[in-house]
Design a protein around this ligand. Structure first.
Ligand SMILES: Cc1ncc(COP(=O)(O)O)c(C=O)c1O
Length: 458
């Protein structure tokens, strides 16, 4: 006799029905073939929905974006009838774009479970399967062993910080980069270095800043190391962790080489300061599963946090940082659908040719960067500057990087059919979180819309 739960997941009849639904949905989505303008017949209803959101939230949406629930790869259909090329994907959630058949299939399988959201007290099998997958994959090139789920990146970060502080108690302080982003809880807003995100909040004076890598400044790595050493000397025994994004996300998408990180990490180890790598944005995006693999710094990691593409948050940690019972818990661990789809997408990344120097992620990166540089040198001279980033995270500086100009450009770009989002502050940059499923011809469509938008002027 097999358990009823296993009969559900293994039932041939249910498998066929799922395949049939995925096929039917896919056939409907085939109507979405590329960028198209809004349909005037939906204008009134769409306007009402936008006004309703603005009233309910107390402020309007950044873009007039309300998804219709349909899409195809990098293309998304909106309630106004338009189809956009979505190169921001919910700020990095939809790694395989919209309506990917394997993702829909995994979501349907997750939806058949007896519960919607799994809890830390009463988890189902998917909780174990996902934890095991993450632990095994992370453990290939690091000492990370344990996994604790959370509902978002911010909560995964909160858990990491608590583990670092408990282990090094009574040390309290955090060393973090200038322009870092870590989330918007009270404590993560403190780690985040952007005054606009914490207006009116008190300062806790628990974060010590060091500069991030600047390729244009000779001796940048030495300056950062010196600043770190100075903080440690002035706060002996009171620094719990070095917390960093492998590439600043909100801070501007400037990548740094391995040689920048290693001396800092060696020093952190020497001083028994926890190394916490925030991979909330970089996970699955840099050409390897973890950016610590791309940078080959996994041996230094004590704590790593992920979210976004994982479809839920998770803190990964080594044996030494396993906290005492009671420190981390919470009702929710994540929805069953988050777990089944998160696992499916990771399997696709690992097994379907996306990773490595010649993998699809590297090729997508190159095609975009080459395209941006070509525009900057030819038809859009000086207006697509400093194209760079890592893997599926790409940005350029429009004009001289003034905020107002960058904002107007992105709104026009949105109108013309490509969705991007800003990052950095001085220079303000235009960033793209590219879906891994994008085809070369769609990259060329994106480049030509960007070119057209720049040539129209803004
Ligand atoms: C590096 C980094 N850390 C933490 C967060 C916060 O994650 P969440 O918005 O899921 O709470 C983000 C979100 O953008 C991020 O990019």
């Amino acid at each position: 006799m097999s358990l009823v739960g296993h009969q559900i997941t293994e039932s041939e009849k249910i498998r066929q029905l799922v395949t049939q639904i995925v096929g039917d949905v896919g056939r409907l989505n085939e109507q979405i073939t590329g960028v198209r303008p809004a349909d005037p017949s939906f204008a009134d209803r769409n306007k009402k929905m936008l006004e309703q959101i603005a009233v309910l939230r107390g402020r309007p949406l950044h873009y007039p974006f309300i998804g219709s629930g349909a899409g195809r790869g990098p293309y998304v259909e909106l309630e106004d009838g338009s189809v956009k090329l979505d190169l921001i994907n919910g700020i990095g959630i939809h790694l395989f774009g919209h309506s990917h058949p394997r993702v829909i299939g995994a979501a349907l399988r997750g939806a058949l479970s007896d519960i919607i959201v799994q809890g830390n007290l009463e988890p189902n099998r998917e909780y174990i399967q996902f934890s095991e997958k993450l632990s095994k994959l992370a453990g290939r090139r690091s000492r990370l062993k344990h996994v604790w789920f959370a509902t978002c990146g911010t909560m995964a970060n909160e858990n990491a910080l608590k583990m670092a502080r408990q282990k090094h108690s009574p040390a309290r302080k955090i060393v973090a980069f200038k322009n870092a982003f870590a989330g918007r809880s009270t404590m993560m807003a403190e780690v985040t270095d952007n005054p606009a995100f914490k207006q009116g909040l008190p300062e806790y004076h628990e974060v010590l800043r060091i500069p991030f890598y600047d390729k244009k400044t000779p001796g940048s790595a030495e300056k950062t190391l010196a600043a770190f050493k100075e903080h440690v000397a002035g706060n002996e025994g009171d620094i719990a962790c070095l917390a960093f994004e492998p590439m600043l996300g909100e801070g501007g998408y400037n990548a740094a080489p391995r040689e920048f990180f290693v001396p800092m990490l060696e020093f952190a180890k020497e001083k028994k300061i926890a190394v916490w790598i925030d991979e909330v944005q970089t996970f699955c995006r840099t050409g390897e599963l973890f950016a610590f693999e791309t940078l080959d710094i996994g041996q230094y990691a004590d704590l790593v946090t992920i979210a976004k593409t994982a479809q839920l948050g998770a803190t990964l940690y080594t044996e030494e940082y396993n906290p005492k019972p009671g420190l981390i818990a919470g009702t929710f661990s994540g929805s069953t659908v988050s777990m089944t789809t998160g696992m499916e997408m990771i399997d696709m990344m690992v097994n379907d040719g996306y990773l490595g120097g010649e993998g699809r992620v590297a090729r997508i990166h190159k095609r975009f960067i080459d395209g941006f540089n070509r525009l900057n040198e030819t038809t859009c001279k000086g207006k697509v500057q400093d194209a760079g980033g890592m893997g599926l995270m790409i940005a350029f500086t429009p004009h001289d990087g003034a905020k107002e100009q960058a904002d107007v450009f992105m709104k026009k770009l949105y109108h013309n059919g490509v969705i991007a989002f800003g990052c950095g502050k001085g220079p303000f940059r235009v960033r793209f979180l590219i879906p891994a499923c994008i085809e070369d011809q769609d990259i060329d469509v994106a480049l030509s819309i960007i070119e057209k938008t720049i040539q129209e002027g803004y």
